[in-house]
Design a protein around this ligand. Structure first.
Ligand SMILES: Nc1nc2c(c(=O)[nH]1)N[C@H]1C(S)=C(S)[C@@H](COP(=O)(O)OP(=O)(O)OC[C@H]3O[C@@H](n4cnc5c(=O)[nH]c(N)nc54)[C@H](O)[C@@H]3O)O[C@H]1N2
Ligand SMILES: Nc1nc2c(c(=O)[nH]1)N[C@H]1C(S)=C(S)[C@@H](COP(=O)(O)OP(=O)(O)OC[C@H]3O[C@@H](n4cnc5c(=O)[nH]c(N)nc54)[C@H](O)[C@@H]3O)O[C@H]1N2
Ligand code: SF4
Ligand SMILES: [Mo]
Length: 705
């Protein structure tokens, strides 16, 4: 650990001292005095009901980055980006310097010359304030956030199919009651490790588990059947399953009749996807297709979980819709032991996409182009609805607008887009064109190296607020430690910057609880309705599942018991005609590059590369390839390979494993600079969700002597 000393606040018995900052499980943890050098340690909490008494290695080591010696402790300024030394300045100087520059850029180029880029690790309150800040203080339409790279395809699919998007339609406690579980493009054992006990309990209760992934993963180890699918073939495979279910009359006719619409379209779409044809297209045996279709359809209960594997594709929304079809045609939703879940990724990935950080969105999952939504939110904010800007563009398109010269200044809060965006050489070029880049972070990240100002923000241990976990459970995270140095809460940074811009009167709050009260009012009557939730009710560590529309409403753990959220109360089925990825393999680029995660690292690595215990285990990215591919390129010993896509070429260490689909190479994305796989990835976007195709691009691979 670093040299930083942070003061621990008093411990309460009712709530854990904090919750882990990393994944959407949001495990509760205790920060305790210890004999160790820095005087503090982390233990799992016995109080939070989601992962009681458990933390994975990331959670156990989560204090290390908080106390790291590279933590930024005062505002820093550099007149010319990337040149000269950082100058420590006061907060007043930072605010007035930033505000003056913003004002002059807006005078010259218009209000939309300023963009804001948020993140899914921020609390609900900060996500909400960031959206309000952009629309009310900057009066710009350009805000989006890293969640666009994350759940947006599943969000769009859930909205289309169910009329609402809450990630999981049921609490995790339903998993042990499921008799058949399909896990597609989701590596839970490494990405939500403390969810594994729920799956293992289901297995103990007799559940069959199927995994669908191009790789054998830690998760597929617990599966009864593993489908090793080439990236991009999910919809073909699912059409095969649906074909069997329909032709063998295994679907739930009554459920389809009374609770869904659109079944004819599905029937038509899957008609030609006979199991033998699907075997021919995917290499997955007909017998396996039939076994899974029959097993899931006939099981009394069942759950389908999907994640980024099939979402981060240009066909991500359609892929997700097809997995949702499985749950709907078999009536496995809205009742005990049943449900569909898109597994949320980031700490507050769920809440982060409900309260207005998204380009087209206002708080409560309201749409910014809906006149009634504008009126409601404008009233809560005390402005005229005509003052509200319209909808902006998605995260990657926002970065493109910088490259094109339309956006001149960017404020980044809670993301490291230079590492995490596809085709990131474009992003680097764009950042270099900015007249003003402000990054609020704990560290000088790869993105912050291009900044004019770095504003030292809080860590999870220092910021109180509410979060919404992957189940849609809203809970309260306490402040566990004092802020170090001159660091500030994001809440204060946003409100004080609004003040410097002359819009401070819209951001007067007695404290963070007051922000939550306003957020709750802004969501009233919206889809993600938090209006019945208060800090007082959240003293109960179990939290409350939204929708919770009134003070006496108990919250909604299991969705869709009686109705879906479309006007007619029915869910919509969509027949899917599988489409090609944006960049299919060809003779010149004959392999598929797919990217993803390791258990030891988190996202852009800004935090976990600064955590020795984790970094030691994975200091550099290692590419995984199949022995047949190794042979083809003449790789006898595990040396290095060069991977080249149409956007660039990088060298990686290599691991040869027969656990990977033979045409596929996998590289994790947690590193920057010459180790950043996003130099190579394709920036093609799903037409609806605008989510990039991180999971598929065509590459060639050569041995490096
Ligand atoms: N350790 C760790 N945990 C994390 C994170 C982290 O960075 N590190 N990040 C968090 C975040 S923000 C997120 S979004 C989640 C992500 O959680 P996941 O989505 O589970 O993680 P990924 O590794 O991106 O992708 C999952 C799997 O999809 C597979 N895959 C690739 N292409 C395809 C395909 O075409 N079809 C199918 N079916 N599968 C495919 C990959 O081989 C991979 O095993 O994890 C969260 N948890
Ligand atoms: N190739 C490839 N690329 C991907 C993906 C993939 O599977 N493959 N996955 C995508 C996905 S799903 C995601 S979610 C993105 C995420 O990508 P990023 O947004 O880049 O993720 P992080 O590394 O979490 O960045 C968060 C930053 O915010 C800082 N931070 C943390 N907490 C706080 C806080 O409370 N306040 C402030 N102000 N700052 C804070 C951290 O120090 C860090 O620098 O990456 C995407 N990129
Ligand atoms: S499972 Fe997720 S929330 Fe729990 S300790 Fe690990 S990273 Fe943190
Ligand atoms: Mo994510």
């Amino acid at each position: 650990m670093g040299a930083l000393k942070s003061a621990l606040l008093t411990v309460s018995k009712e709530q854990p001292s904090s919750h882990c900052c990393f994944c959407s499980m949001q495990c509760g943890l205790e920060i305790l005095p210890s004999e160790k050098t820095e005087g503090l340690t982390i233990k799992p909490s016995g109080i939070f009901p989601v992962a009681t008494g458990r933390l994975c290695q990331k959670g156990l080591n989560a204090l290390e980055h908080v106390l790291h010696k590279e933590r930024i402790l005062e505002p820093l300024h550099r007149a010319v980006a990337r040149a000269g030394q950082w100058q420590p300045i006061s907060w007043e100087e930072a605010y007035s310097g930033i505000a003056d520059k913003i004002k002059s850029l807006q005078e010259q180029y218009g209000r939309d010359a300023i963009g804001v880029y948020g993140g899914g690790s921020l609390t609900n309150e900060v996500s909400y304030l960031l959206g309000k800040f952009t629309r009310v203080a900057l009066r710009s339409k350009y805000i989006d956030y890293n969640g666009r790279y994350c759940m947006s395809s599943a969000a769009a699919a859930s909205n289309q199919a169910f009329g609402i998007d809450r990630g999981m339609t049921m609490p995790l406690s339903e998993i042990p009651h499921a008799k058949y579980i399909i896990l597609a493009g989701t590596n839970i054992a490494e990405c939500q490790p403390t969810m594994m006990p729920y799956l293992l309990e289901a297995k103990k209760n007799g559940a069959v588990i199927v995994t669908i992934d191009p790789r054998n993963t830690m998760t597929s180890k617990v599966a009864d059947i593993h489908v090793r699918l080439q990236p991009g073939f999910d919809s073909v495979f699912i059409n095969g399953l649906l074909h069997v279910m329909i032709s063998e009359k295994l679907v739930d006719e009554r459920f389809i009749q009374s609770r869904t619409s659109g079944f004819e379209g599905v029937k038509e779409a899957v008609q030609s996807f006979t199991p033998d044809r699907v075997e021919h297209m995917t290499g997955i045996l007909e017998a396996v297709i039939r076994t899974i279709a029959r097993g899931y359809a006939k099981a009394e209960t069942g759950i389908v979980l999907t994640a980024r594997g099939l979402e981060q594709q240009v066909n991500g929304v359609e892929n997700t819709l097809n997995y949702i079809n499985l749950a709907l045609v078999t009536g496995k939703i809205g009742r005990k032991g049943c449900g569909y879940g898109a597994v949320t990724g980031q700490a507050n990935g769920q809440g982060g996409r409900e309260h207005g950080q998204k380009a087209d969105q206002l708080p409560g999952y309201r749409l910014i182009e809906d006149p009634a939504a504008r009126e409601h939110v404008a009233k809560v904010w005390g402005i005229d609805p005509v003052e509200l800007p319209g909808k902006g563009v998605s995260a990657y398109e926002l970065l493109q607008k910088i490259d094109e010269g339309e956006i001149k200044a960017l404020i980044v809060l809670g993301s490291n887009p230079l590492v995490s965006s596809p085709n990131n050489r474009m992003v680097e070029r764009a950042l270099q064109k900015l007249d003003l880049l402000v990054v609020a972070d704990m560290f000088e990240t790869e993105t912050a190296r291009h900044a004019h100002y770095i504003l030292p923000s809080s860590s999870f241990t220092e910021a109180e607020g509410t979060m919404t976990n992957l189940e849609g459970r809203v809970f309260h995270r306490r402040q566990a430690m004092e802020l170090p140095g001159k660091c500030k809460l994001d809440f204060h940074i946003i409100s004080e910057l609004a003040d410097a811009l002359g819009r401070g009167h819209y951001f007067q709050y007695a404290g963070i609880e007051a922000v939550f009260r306003e957020l709750a009012a802004a969501t009233a009557g919206g889809k993600a309705d938090y209006s019945g939730i208060t800090y007082e009710r959240l003293q109960d560590e179990k939290g409350i599942f939204w929708p919770c529309p009134s003070a006496d409403h108990p919250g909604t753990p299991q969705l869709f018991q009686d109705r879906f959220y479309h006007g007619d109360g029915k869910a919509k089925l969509f027949g899917i005609q599988p489409k090609m990825p944006a960049e299919p393999i060809d003779a010149e680029y004959p392999f598929v590059l797919t990217t993803g995660r390791l258990g030891n690292h988190y996202l852009s690595g800004a935090q976990t590369r600064r955590t020795e215990a984790l970094f030691k285990k994975a200091p550099v990215p290692v590419a995984e390839i199949h022995p047949s591919l190794a042979k083809r390129i003449g790789l006898s010993v595990e040396k290095k390979i060069r991977i080249t896509s149409r956007r660039g070429s990088l060298i990686f260490q290599v691991k040869v494993t027969d656990g990977i689909q033979p045409r596929t190479v996998f590289v994790p994305f947690h590193w920057g600079d010459e180790h950043s796989i996003n130099v190579l990835t394709n920036d093609a976007l799903d037409p609806t969700s605008r989510m990039p195709e991180f999971k598929i691009c065509a590459v060639k691979i050569e041995r490096v002597e």
